[in-house]
Design a protein around this ligand. Structure first.
Ligand SMILES: Nc1nc2c(ncn2[C@@H]2O[C@H](COP(=O)(O)OP(=O)(O)OP(=O)(O)O)[C@@H](O)[C@H]2O)c(=O)[nH]1
Ligand SMILES: [Mg+2]
Length: 337
């Protein structure tokens, strides 16, 4: 399939073509990357999906939530794409199998597209690929793109920085502590959803929700939030309770941000962030090439043996890098050992 044809099929919303496009985006092969870039450039530019980031620790109910929430959106007449950012290869075969059963209805829905995450090791590469996959989904005319991540390491930041709306999914806590959720992650959340607020877990969920509502009030007010946001609320992905209210709140927040120009401002700031991140990533990747590693080793030994002082060696090392990679054309994923 040639590039133009593929772009046209994606723009027409053909799922098979979209899947093929994402495969190109995810590929490490230079020819695939080149084709991916062409496809992206050939897609319509006037389409915009609502990008919703979703983070939560393993077992909190992300897959169950996506299935139920995704169906809510589909029933509201929206087309929904689901992508996942998985920075580690931690995802077990079990959870992929689990997703098949947990997203059973959504995965059979013609208005939905679910793309399981490839296992990756490089978070930097994952970020770019996911951004491009989001762009493909937008070009394919999806109304909502859900980007899921397991809450480990830096992946929340990656997802939050490519989302219009960032949801943090939590489970009801037994004790009265705040489940060790890092302040930085709370600060990224637009809404905290306490999942599993059903059956025996309802009382614990109610307490947890109150705790987090309190904790959110203590955070510094962000300009992009109207009164009442960020908010904590209870949902049950299993029974579906609270999902309509959560979606109504999300829409209210997005409407407010659009009317007050925060929506566009956030996307602009994100674009700048990714530009700077990509520059940093390419610079750092220059240290990962074989030549650079050998030079690092050489200068490191010289410093360790006292033949060079660290500052001089660092300058020499940087000159070596400039001499070898002065044109900046180092592909972080290909030119590494
Ligand atoms: N009671 C109750 N159980 C739930 C709810 N949502 C999910 N569960 C259960 O919690 C377990 C984990 O759910 P998943 O949806 O697989 O969780 P996940 O966050 O996707 O887990 P990973 O993919 O492993 O990170 C399953 O046994 C679900 O049935 C809920 O709203 N209420
Ligand atoms: Mg899951």
């Amino acid at each position: 399939m040639d590039t133009k044809d593929l772009a046209e099929r994606i723009a027409a919303g053909e799922r098979r073509a979209l899947a093929r496009g994402i495969t190109l985006v995810e590929s490490g092969r230079a020819d695939h990357r080149a084709q991916a870039t062409e496809v992206l450039a050939a897609l319509p530019r006037d389409r915009q999906a609502l990008r919703i980031g979703l983070s939560g620790t393993p077992g909190v109910g992300k897959s169950t939530f996506i299935e139920a929430f995704g169906m809510t959106l589909v029933q509201a007449g929206l087309r929904v794409a689901v992508l996942a950012v998985d920075p580690s290869s931690a995802r077990s075969g079990g959870s992929i199998l689990g997703d098949k059963t947990r997203m059973d209805r959504l995965s059979r829905e013609p208005a939905a597209f679910i793309r399981p995450s490839p296992s990756q090791t490089h978070l930097g590469g994952v970020a770019r690929r996911t951004r491009e996959a989001v762009a493909l989904c937008e070009g394919a005319g999806f109304d909502v793109v859900l980007i899921e991540t397991v809450g480990v390491g830096q992946s929340e930041t990656v997802v939050a920085q490519m989302s219009d709306l960032f949801l943090l999914l939590l489970a009801p806590a037994g004790g009265d502590e705040l489940q060790g959720v890092k302040r930085g992650i709370m600060e990224m959340a637009d809404m905290i959803l306490i999942n599993k607020a059903d059956g025996d877990l309802k009382p614990a969920a109610t307490r947890t929700c109150a705790d987090y509502a309190g904790a959110l009030r203590l955070l510094r007010k962000r300009p992009q939030d109207p009164d009442g946001f960020p908010k904590a609320m209870m949902v049950s992905a299993m029974t579906g309770e609270g999902l309509d209210v959560a979606w109504a709140d999300m829409q209210a927040l997005m409407d407010w941000r659009r009317q007050n120009s925060f929506f566009a401002a956030t996307r602009a700031a994100q674009a700048r962030y990714w530009f700077e991140e990509d520059v940093r990533a390419v610079l750092l990747s220059k240290l990962e090439t074989r030549t650079a590693k050998a030079a690092m080793q050489r200068f490191g030994t010289a410093v360790a043996e006292g033949a060079l002082d660290p500052a001089t060696a660092a300058l020499d090392m940087l000159s070596t890098l400039d001499a070898n990679f002065g044109d900046g054309r180092v592909d972080p994923e290909r030119d590494s050992p």
